[in-house]
Design a protein around this ligand. Sequence first.
Ligand code: F6R
Length: 606
Amino acid sequence: MCGIIGIISTNEVSSRIVNSLKKLEYRGYDSAGIATLVDGNINEVKCEGRVDILEKDILKFNLKGDIGIGHVRWATHGKPSKINAHPHSSEQVSVVHNGIIENSTILKKFLEKKGYVFKSQTDTEVIAHLVTDYLKKNSLKNTIIKVLKKLHGSFALGVIFKDRDDLMVGARRGSPLAVGYGPNENYLGSDSYALKSMTNKISYLEDGEFCIIKKDQIEFFEGNGVKINKKVMNLSKEDIHYDKGDYKYFMEKEIDEQPSTINDCINEYVDRYNNQINIYNFPWKINSFQSIVLIGCGTAYHSCLVAKYWLEQNTNLDVSIDIASEFRYRKVRFKKDCLYVFVSQSGETADTYAALELCKKNKMKTCAVVNVVESSIARDADLVLPIYCGQEIGVASTKAFLGQMLVLYILSIKISFDQKFITKKDYQSKIKNLLSLSNSAKKTLKLDHKLLNIGKVFAHAKGCMFLGRGYSFPIALEGALKLKELAYVHAEGYPAGEMKHGPLALIEEGMPVVVIAPRDDHYKKTMSNMQEVIARGAKVLLITNKNKDEVVSENIWEQIEVDKLNDELIPFLVTIPLQKLAFYSALEKGYDIDKPRNLAKSVTVE
Ligand code: F6R
């Protein structure tokens, strides 16, 4: 993952590099560093921990320089520490890197034999020494070409050179890299977000390419050194000023934004006047595919899992789902009549991107459901369906999960109607129901007060379970994932009907268990499963929806009731209390809610 920024200018750059690194912390936050050129010499400041610490050190050090590179790290090779923080420098060059150099051990041995001494345990340091070594006998451009050939694995690189305050180099294989164009200065960034405060003119490097960036010019090359031209894109300005507002945490804000992000997304896809769904750029005839495969990682995968139920319910497609890191290495039988859908908030997740590339290589029909429309996945897919939920900063995905489910639901009813699987009346009634979703989400957010106290119990539990059937099963998985990643509590999501096949053995006196049981076709069965865990000592938090009847069950510890909506829309509503539960559990423990330990927002390594 890791974040990269580089600036070459006629003014001092360190404070702007620090500002960009603060924005990039969502990509990694275990250590940070910066290197600039002062009188032709490389100067480094690095620290373990957050960019705030780096900023203080830079002030102490009074770091000057009109050209520099900066980095926030998510450790892969070597534990988080000052010595392992990037940049990694020799006397001649300084390098920042996102990705993994798979042959670093072999390269290190080769360089050590030549007398190079390594200070860190990182894979990145080999790049600094390798560049230094090739520079002895090669021009700068040839050095880059030769070094890139030597490196195996994935990388985005930023490099500055001693005595060359006129240029910096960027290179990419596997991990994304953007360049930005400014007035008498230019930039390098691991994504456009880092550059948005400085410019809205951006180009992206494609796999295998490198670039030489000067103050007034950027040259792009294929890996073999052949010069190429690049399109300059204009970025939208809308996300530039996204901040916490009156909230203490981005996650809290992002949960509360959901009613409006639902509305924004619906406004993009639903023609309220004609009561129909518009996906204008849908490039295929509806009969050209008989099956659909949905692919993602983590929370995005959970949205695929919910969509499987919708698509099976509403279309005659054969539906499969896959975890991207598994899909990309399996012997997949590609089918011409299949639509492959890639779901990713960031649009940069390495495994999801690799799965997309594999499908493209096999000439499959591809569709991306993403939040970041300038991302690699969005750029490479045949069809892009944005989720329109705005920048998501909290590492734990919340509003993007609802956005992903929403777009997948909209896609499923669009296909359903186009396939004539449902009547026009049913189609329009589904759309009408959808229009009330935002309001029901708003009401669900008000169930907050109870969850604050419930969260205190979950926070201190040894372990807990999340159970559901049907649509509520993937939501149980998502609820468990949120609690794990935010409150560091061991949590398992299970289909409620599976408990008696093993996991029931884990239930003991006082164990908190969330049962998600809306009044749908599964309700009675789930109620029985709930009683089975209560009988074994579980403290059950029941999440259901309102109904005229009382809940027909006993001995429930706590209960949350969301609105009564069409069954298909219940996954959206029952997710919200689970997000809040994880939030309050983490709050109770005083954990860093927006940046949980060991994680990062954009997972650009395998
Ligand atoms: C969990 C979470 C992750 C991401 C996963 C995929 O809260 O955010 O599980 O969902 O890393 O990320 P994207 O959606 O960017 O591909």
